[in-house]
Design a protein around this ligand. Sequence first.
Ligand code: CTP
Length: 400
Amino acid sequence: MILEGKKILVCICGGIAAYKINHLIRDFVKKGAEVQALLTPAAEDFVSKLTISTLSKKPVYSQFYSENGTWNNHVELALWADVMLVAPCTANTLAKMVHGICDNLVIASYLSTKCPVFIAPAMDLDMYQHPSTKQNLELAEDYGHFIIPAETGELASGLIGQGRMAEPETIASEIEKFFNSSFSHQLHGKTVLITAGPTYEAIDPVRFIGNHSSGKMGFSLAEEASKRGAKVILITGPSAQITSNKNIEIHRVTSAKEMFDQVFKHYDQADIAIASAAVADYAPKEVAREKIKKNDDSLTIELVKNPDILKTMGERKTKQFLAGFALETENELENAKAKLIRKNLDMIVLNSLKDEGAGFKTATNKITILTPSEINEFPLKNKSEVAKDILDFIASQILK
Ligand code: CTP
């Protein structure tokens, strides 16, 4: 039994879907897990502490202090857990979690936890679609949390759309999947080196040549590799992406040359290397020491070729499984295949700018994975789902 002896901190928020948590807790306990339930103050209107404490066989806490005056130590609760589940997670609690607004026991425990966090959101469809909710869910994902998306159906308001909390069976199976060692240890003992983001090539002290890469794809790959038990070294150009994942060793660089140097400091220890960075192919030959003044009608800047990091990785390959990216606008398959061979890669991930929703600045991507002998097309997905497809594919290749 996968959940036998596992400690699950179940945090319940004030949403109508809270009634389903009774079944989920009963299921966890039947499967041998230890459950500690916490309620937000609003959840007390939706569930009975007596029911939950009877099902979980433990007292249920909702305040920093119990009625008898004892302190409910949120740090201890947080450190006790093997996983934390927030379900149903309301828009309010989600926002407080990602922005650190610590005004109740659930948030204090969340901020103190070091274990994986699962979030099963539930809210009305317009709240779920609101840009602030979408952004908060993305932030939670960036923090390395597991989102169990809301399902589509009839909502408490009578409206029909996406917002219903995932069914208890779905939530349980996502958590079981995590504990299933074949997933969480899939890349255990492997080191994954990832390049991400753009590079900036200085023209003068205030200007640079760059590109629109957000770094999102590389950060999603890093989170996903970490969830599978790998040691991750992430080398990123200037990117607003962040991670709180302590298992990701992050090195921030600016130019292609700096990225090259960092990569080859770590390349020898890598078992898998994934080059998702959008490296500038050329850099100004000279960097002006002072800001270039606007004098003449035209300005010519001489550019020189940057080192090709991925090609060099291909040349220096010993044990590494090497994956590159190709962003193409024409003859996509032929160009990607040619890059695969020219750079001595084991696989290449092709994005076509012709596909709507694919590319640099978008949250989604549509990819085709090529190996020397295969072509696999994937549908349009958000970048964290794409990261799963890429790592599933790499795992299927190296664990053959
Ligand atoms: N890449 C790299 N170092 C460079 C240029 C590219 O590591 N100096 C890597 C990218 O991270 C990506 C792959 O090479 O994984 C393909 O990059 P792309 O710009 O599409 O290919 P290029 O080799 O630069 O070819 P072209 O620009 O002619 O299409």
